[in-house]
Write a protein that binds this ligand. Structure first.
Ligand SMILES: [Zn+2]
Length: 422
C-alpha cells in the first residue's frame, strides 16, 4: 500500500542524506507478571537460603493451589497459609519456601489457545504440540467483550511472537484473524448485572416458551455487536413465529426438494420463491461473516409470510425445506423435529444452491416522467423493446402531452422513462 511504501522511501532518503536511520519502536513496556493473589497459577520457584531462587523440578509440576485457604480480604492467602509454602529445595534438599506470588491472569490468557489446541492425551508430555497447533490455529474468529479488545490482544500477540521465536510454535503471523466484541444486554436502559439486580433469568423464559423461543428472541433482538435492550413483549412475537412455522408443516406433502417449473407459477408463487431464496442467499454472509442473525431471521419471517399468500404444494415444500435448513442453527429443536418429520432430515445435511432463475423478473415496473416530473407507472415485459416501452409510456401520460411536442425520449433501463416536451 502507498503509505507503507512511502515510509521506506522516507527512511531511505534520510539515510542517503545522512540525516537519520530507520529503527523499530517497541511500544510494549516491561510489565510485572506476578500478583499477591490466591487466584492465579502459582509461580513454580522455590527460595532457598543457600541456593537462592531455584526452579521447581519438572516432575513436581504443576504446583497446585491449596484448597483449604482462608480468604480474609487482607494480605496474600498463600503467604498466610500454615503449610503450603513450606517445602524443600529442589537443588540441595534443605528446607525452603515456595514463591507465594501467583501469575496474573493475562499470562495464561495470552497463550491458552495453543494449549487448548493441543490434544489432552499429550498434555503430560508437552505444553504445546506444534502439529496440533498448525492444524487448528490461528483462531479464525474470536468473540469476546470489548474490555478485552486492547490489552489482552496486545499481550496475546506478544506471546504468540515470543513462542514462535523460542521455537514452541511454527511461524504464525497473528493469533486471531477476526474479533467480534459482543454488545451488552440492557434492561430499562441500564446494563444488566447481578450487582444491580436487574437480570432476567433465561431459565424462566425457557420453562414458559422453550429454548428455541429464547434463542430466536435473543438473536432477533439485535446484531451481536450491538447493545440489546431486553424487551419481554418481543418474546411473544418470537413464540408466535415458531408456532406458525410448526403449523405450516402441514402444508408439506412431499419429502424432497421439488423441481419447480418457474414458468408455470403465479405472481404470488413466484414472490414466495423470491423471498425464500433471498433468505438463502443472505444466510452465507450472515453465518460466515456478518453474524447479523437478526437480518436472516427477518428474511425468514418475510419468506414465511410470502409463502402464506399462496398455496402451491411444491412451493410450500421447497420453502419449508429451505427455511428449516436456514433456521436450524438458531432454533435447533423445532427445526430438527420438523425436518425429520417432513424430509427425513435430508434438508439439514443438504447443500442447497441458490437458483438465480427465481430472481429473474418477467415484468418490470417503470416510472414515467414528463420533463423530469414523475407522472405515472407502467408495467412492461422484461424483454420489451424500447419503442414499445415508449409507446406505452406516452399512452399513460397522454394528458400531459396534449398540444406539446415530445423533443426527447429517454429510457433508463429497468427504472424509468423520461419524456421531454415543449
Ligand atoms: Zn538449596
Amino acid at each position: 500500500t502507498p503509505n507503507v511504501e512511502a515510509k521506506s522511501a522516507v527512511i531511505k532518503l534520510f539515510e542517503e542524506k545522512g540525516l537519520g536511520t530507520g529503527t523499530t519502536n517497541y511500544k510494549l513496556r516491561n510489565c510485572g507478571v506476578s500478583r499477591q493473589r490466591y487466584w492465579g497459577a502459582p509461580i513454580p520457584f522455590v527460595h532457598c537460603d543457600d541456593c537462592g531462587l531455584v526452579p521447581e523440578k519438572v516432575e513436581n509440576l504443576p504446583i497446585a493451589l491449596p484448597e483449604d485457604v482462608e480468604i480474609t480480604g487482607e494480605g496474600n492467602p498463600l503467604e498466610k497459609h500454615p503449610t503450603w509454602k513450606h517445602t524443600t529445595c529442589p537443588k540441595c534438599g534443605k528446607e525452603a519456601t515456595r514463591e507465594t506470588d501467583t501469575l496474573d491472569t493475562f499470562v495464561q490468557s495470552s497463550w491458552y489457545q495453543f494449549r487448548y489446541a493441543t490434544d489432552p492425551k499429550k498434555w503430560n508430555e508437552v505444553g504445546i504440540d506444534k502439529e496440533d497447533v498448525n492444524y487448528w490455529l490461528g483462531v479464525d474468529q474470536y468473540i469476546g467483550g470489548i474490555e478485552h479488545a486492547i490489552l489482552h490482544l496486545l499481550y496475546a500477540r506478544f506471546f504468540t511472537k515470543m513462542l514462535r521465536d523460542l521455537g514452541f510454535i511454527d511461524a504464525l503471523k497473528e493469533p486471531f484473524e477476526r474479533l467480534l466484541t459482543q454488545g451488552m444486554v440492557l434492561k430499562d436502559g441500564a446494563k444488566m448485572s447481578k450487582s444491580k439486580g436487574n437480570t432476567v433469568d433465561p431459565d424462566k423464559l425457557i420453562e414458559e416458551y422453550g429454548a428455541d423461543t429464547a434463542r430466536l428472541f435473543t438473536l432477533f433482538a439485535a446484531p451481536p455487536q450491538k447493545e440489546l435492550e431486553w424487551n419481554d413483549s418481543a418474546v411473544e412475537g418470537a413464540f408466535r413465529f415458531l408456532k406458525k412455522l410448526y403449523d405450516r408443516s402441514s402444508k408439506v406433502t412431499q419429502k424432497s426438494l421439488p423441481k419447480i417449473d418457474q414458468g408455470s407459477l403465479s405472481k404470488e408463487e413466484k414472490l414466495a420463491r423470491v423471498k425464500v431464496y433471498e433468505a438463502l442467499k443472505k444466510s452465507t454472509d450472515v453465518y460466515e461473516s456478518t453474524f447479523a442473525y437478526n437480518t436472516l431471521i427477518a428474511a425468514c419471517m418475510e419468506a414465511l409470510n410470502a409463502l402464506d399468500k399462496q398455496s402451491n404444494e411444491q412451493v410450500w415444500a421447497e420453502g419449508m425445506y429451505i427455511l428449516l435448513h436456514l433456521l436450524e442453527p438458531i432454533t435447533p429443536h423445532i427445526c430438527a423435529e420438523l425436518s425429520e418429520m417432513l424430509f427425513d432430515s435430508a434438508n439439514l445435511k443438504a447443500k442447497i444452491d441458490v437458483l438465480e432463475e427465481v430472481f429473474v423478473q418477467d415484468t418490470l415496473t417503470l416510472a414515467v416522467a414528463v420533463n423530469g416530473k414523475r407522472r405515472a407507472e407502467i408495467e412492461v415485459d422484461a424483454g420489451a423493446a424500447k419503442e414499445d416501452i415508449i409507446a406505452m409510456a406516452k399512452e399513460q401520460v397522454a394528458k400531459w402531452l396534449e398540444d406539446k411536442n415530445v423533443v426527447k425520449e429517454i429510457v433508463v433501463p429497468n427504472k424509468m422513462v423520461n419524456l421531454v416536451v415543449k
